[in-house]
Design a protein around this ligand. Sequence first.
Ligand SMILES: NC(=O)C1=CN([C@@H]2O[C@H](COP(=O)(O)OP(=O)(O)OC[C@H]3O[C@@H](n4cnc5c(N)ncnc54)[C@H](O)[C@@H]3O)[C@@H](O)[C@H]2O)C=CC1
Ligand SMILES: CC(=O)C(C)=O
Length: 261
Amino acid sequence: MSDLMNFGYEGKAAVITGSSKGIGRETAEQMVKLGAKVMLVARGETALKEAADELSQYGEVAYIAQDITEAGAGETIVEAVIKAFGRLDILVNNAGSSFAENFEDVELSDWEQDIDLKVMSAVKMSKAALPHLKKQGGAVLNLTAVMGKTPQPNSLPTTVSRSAGLALTKAMSKDLGKYNLRVNAVCIGLIRSDQIEKRWQKQAPDLSWEEFSARSGEKIPLGRIGNTAEAANVITFLCSDLASYVSGTAVNIDGGSGHAW
Ligand SMILES: NC(=O)C1=CN([C@@H]2O[C@H](COP(=O)(O)OP(=O)(O)OC[C@H]3O[C@@H](n4cnc5c(N)ncnc54)[C@H](O)[C@@H]3O)[C@@H](O)[C@H]2O)C=CC1
Ligand SMILES: CC(=O)C(C)=O
């Protein structure tokens, strides 16, 4: 590979939460193929092991089954990374869920769970990773949703958690730039993964995927739902040396929609 396109992943170590499937798994695959050592994190051991077995054909992969909302999860995960790889350069806060309802229908406990998973887990992971990231510099990438920029009706609590993720990204980038630590976000619109396939089965089980994608794409300028590689491509770029002067930004991966539905 010419210097012009050197992603700089060789010899680096990354941790990606929620990486047994979907966008997280695809990102892990790209980073491993480019030479990074990657720690996969999710709750279910079976899916994790399966993903790790598949990805290990391309390079060095380890995994830890851990619910990131549990007390001490950040420290446990980072300890596992250091034990496995001896360093940490890249943190991708990817694990998340969609919880989008009308304000009147959201219980206080739903608010707490959503903010805990999508905001506080990113904070706790970043805090635990920071002493290691500071050593040589690196990248933090927060997955958010385009709805965090443009909250729609019936979009709570997720739009609030996602807006908080954007503020966290911007503020962290300003505080941590002095360590050559870049902090960016991506704002996902609609990407085919388990959560979108479940929506397809619930809303339109009689449609083929192509029909459902085209129908969902009526309000998307590019006319379709994206795929996980299209999301991972941007994440992999933002965490790479090719983006060495990019920090504090939030890139939409949404086919141009500006909102999810
Ligand atoms: N697919 C889409 O259209 C959109 C996705 N997003 C967000 O992008 C990120 C990746 O999305 P997808 O790949 O679609 O998600 P997905 O639902 O396919 O996978 C999410 C991953 O997070 C893990 N996870 C969830 N809660 C966890 C917890 N407490 N502890 C550890 N792991 C946990 C799951 O096990 C899974 O591996 C998520 O944060 C998602 O909410 C945002 C907007 C739209
Ligand atoms: C789908 C999702 O995770 C959102 C909208 O935050």
